[in-house]
Design a binder for this molecule. Structure first.
Ligand code: GRF
Length: 219
């Protein structure tokens, strides 16, 4: 039996996080295989990135399903057929049913462009600036039924500069995302991070719900 971690990556758009994961698996020799890339958008550029990397792709268009549950079931069936053990949401712009989240309990991770629990939802860069925050960043977290509320695994934090705009923040946060998402996948694939029913343990130390925080001075 292979001891490589099998993952499915779900996208809706550009897929720059998918690209960062593809690149890191190769460059850092992470024992992980992307079994399937699923998009709900046929024109998502991330599908092209997946094809360039010779990955299996599947388009599951949410508009062709009568309701959220049947869409989620189709996604779940594709993930299971691909044999994925971990589901990685990378800019997947659909909210899942509780049924789906429970089916992949402790096996479903997401990346969000803010220091959760601050700024759940959309427009995180604009809101960070308008609230006068001194710090901003991105969070990789476990997905629970409520949107953007699962416990954090890893946060990458940057200082907000006085001349930052929503665009510059978006760009800087994207750079953080491209570092922290592959890092978490590496931790899981090498069993440095173990997620179970009651806790997440990194290097034999339980994580708090804030997760581990890394400050990036160079971004
Ligand atoms: C990222 O900002 C991520 O945090 C959010 O959606 C965006 C996806 O970007 N969930 P990309 O498609 O990976 O470039």
């Amino acid at each position: 039996m292979s001891d490589r971690l099998k993952i499915a990556v779900l996208i809706s758009g550009s897929g720059s996080n998918l690209q960062a994961i593809i690149d890191a698996i190769q460059k850092d020799n992470i024992p992980c295989d992307i079994q399937l890339v699923v998009s709900n958008q046929a024109l998502a550029y991330g599908l092209k990135r997946a094809e360039y990397a010779n990955l299996k792709t599947k388009i599951i268009d949410h508009t062709s399903f009568p309701d959220r549950l049947t869409f989620d079931q189709a996604i779940g069936d594709a993930i299971d057929r691909a044999g994925a053990e971990l589901v990685v949401l990378a800019g997947f712009m659909r909210i899942f049913s509780h049924w789906f989240v429970n089916r992949y309990r402790n096996k479903l991770i997401n990346i969000h462009p803010s220091l959760l629990p601050k700024f759940k939802g959309l427009d995180t860069h604009v809101r960070t600036l308008s609230e006068g925050e001194t710090h901003h960043g991105a969070s990789v977290h476990l997905v629970t039924p409520e949107l953007d509320t699962g416990p954090n695994i890893l946060q990458g934090r940057i200082t907000v500069h006085s001349n930052d705009t929503p665009e510059s923040l978006q760009n800087r946060v994207h750079q953080i995302e491209h570092r922290i998402y592959p890092t978490v996948i590496q931790w899981l694939a090498t069993h440095r991070l173990v997620i179970n029913e009651t806790s997440m343990v990194l290097d034999h130390q339980p994580l708090t719900t804030n997760g581990k925080v890394i400050d990036y001075e160079d971004i």
